[in-house]
Design a protein around this ligand. Structure first.
Ligand code: 5GP
Ligand code: ZN
Length: 114
């Protein structure tokens, strides 16, 4: 866990531009944004992928979607629409193995994603 980039961000050992924080959740700007609004929303607890979630994590993960709802409104992308992406595993393109949800907005999106 000490080697995990996002755990270091949660601990404050690596700086981030925070947009939201509560007991279970941290949200911060992606360092390499793929859209005008690109926020990463993560559980503070370390879990490498969605596959590691269990019953006890329900509240924390539910809270992530409420945080996304709030951040989308605050960042002004709620009305026009936005995308939420969670990559899971190597073929998905996941690079950081600490669960995170990408909130992307401020431009038109293509479907299906690449
Ligand atoms: P993934 O490909 O794992 O779904 O997404 C990882 C995301 O983390 C990428 O969009 C990448 O730009 C972002 N990222 C990688 N390193 C850092 C960092 O040190 N700080 C922040 N804020 N974002 C990072
Ligand atoms: Zn971690």
């Amino acid at each position: 866990m000490s080697d995990c980039l996002f755990c270091k961000i949660v601990a404050g050992a690596i700086p981030s531009k925070k947009v939201y924080e509560d007991e279970h959740i941290l949200a911060f700007h992606d360092i390499n944004p793929k859209a005008p609004v690109h926020v990463l929303v993560i559980p503070k607890i370390h879990k490498a992928t969605l596959l590691e979630l269990e019953e006890a994590d329900k509240d924390a993960i539910g809270g992530i979607f409420l945080a996304i709802n709030r951040i989308a409104r605050e960042k002004g992308v709620a009305e026009d629409g936005f995308r939420v992406v969670a990559n899971c595993g190597k073929k998905s393109g996941q690079e950081v193995f600490h669960i995170h949800f990408h909130l992307l907005g401020g431009r038109s999106m293509q479907w299906p994603p690449g």
